[in-house]
Write a protein that binds this ligand. Sequence first.
Ligand SMILES: [Zn+2]
Length: 477
Amino acid sequence: MSSSLKTLRIGRLATLVIAVAMAPISARAMSDSETRAVAREILAEMVAIRSVDGMGTTEGLVRAVAERFLAAGFPAEDVQVLVGPRPDIGNLVVRLRGSPGEKKPILLLAHIDVVDALKSDWTLDPFVLNQVNGEFIGRGVADNKAGAAHLVTTLLRFKDEGFVPDRDLIMLLTGDEETNGDGIKWLITGLPELQEAEFALNSDAGGGTTKGGAGYSYGLQTSEKMYLTFNFEVINPGGHSSRPRRDNAIYSLSKALNRIADYRFQAVFNATTKGLFRELAKLERGQLARHIRSLASARPSKRSIKELSKDPWYNAMIRTTCVATRLEAGHADNALPQSARATVNCRIMPGLAAAEVEATLNRIVADPQVSISRDNEPVPSDPSPLRADVMSAVKMAVEARYPGIPILPTMSTGATDGLHVRNAGIPTYGVNGLFSNPRGANAHGMNEHVKVEQFYAGLKHWDMILKALSSSRTTAD
Ligand SMILES: [Zn+2]
């Protein structure tokens, strides 16, 4: 149990349940404290709806959010509740119209579905926004309802204060991200107006880390590794274990797995990882800094690659990895195994084709007895090129919060809705407004939490980034 969970137990009496109520829209522009109150109310409303995929509840959530936009004066044609591609997936598309001009729209992404949570597993009700000792606790408070509440509140505030961007801002709230990403795939391929966007900002990726309570670094996510699982299988006639044969399913599979263990995919670098290493080198000292700097150079040294590959994190950033994760073989203590199976999970660097990885595995295993098949169809996604305007907008927002900390371009190892938007040809950047300590928010786990002050600071983060990217007055000319 983490120390923060202990604090939660002690602080149970201090639990504050936030009521879900619609705040009246004021005639004048919302103050910062009113904005925070609205954001909290929206987050509470979202958490209170158990928007688990397959339950048919995401539609109710997006309808509640749509009501807020209509009440704030958004025209009905700019607030679209779209249910699909299945009847249990609710999505919302809201457009804040900008002044006419050349600039193409920006897409803003958040998903509103969550991984389910059981009340019996949690200290507190997961579907109530609880506030305990400076933290919001509830399913989805970090992944990704904070991000959704940030975007919704920011657009409502823009409308309220009369801010007219110089381009359209189009927010997509999607269901099914935690399952198949079917909501975003359906929207992005079905609505041609979305494909006109210049780029997308994803609230479900990127974000900052803190160390000892202070800001440490901010990760701007531009890329995702491709996820692909292989099944290794050896079938054998078997027989009595008192009369072993030369061929044995367990031995064949073991040899194959040992070859996988010894194999290292070639080191590859892209603009994202080079940029990341360049910034990381500044945070380190001595020999380590020299090795990291070498990775960022035009010709990384073999020695630096070898040294840094000893570290699992650097290794994963440098190359495609494949690792055995499950094993199953044999059926009786006194029988030769008739089958042996293993699962090998690969995380593939952007740009490398799944077929190439499969061919490599077959080549290094080099045993026709071992059949290798794919367990899932991988979704490739090319890294989005770093944009100076996005970079400088994010830098400004981060500087305002934690001056001097580095902005690191990052590649993540899982998949988000952003993957599908990139695949539709729209560069996508993960720029979440939260900073968390290295232990994280326990997203998908019990007692998911986010610091209250971080949630509120995220509002300013989005306000600054979006205004920087959609105000002619702040663009350099
Ligand atoms: Zn998420």
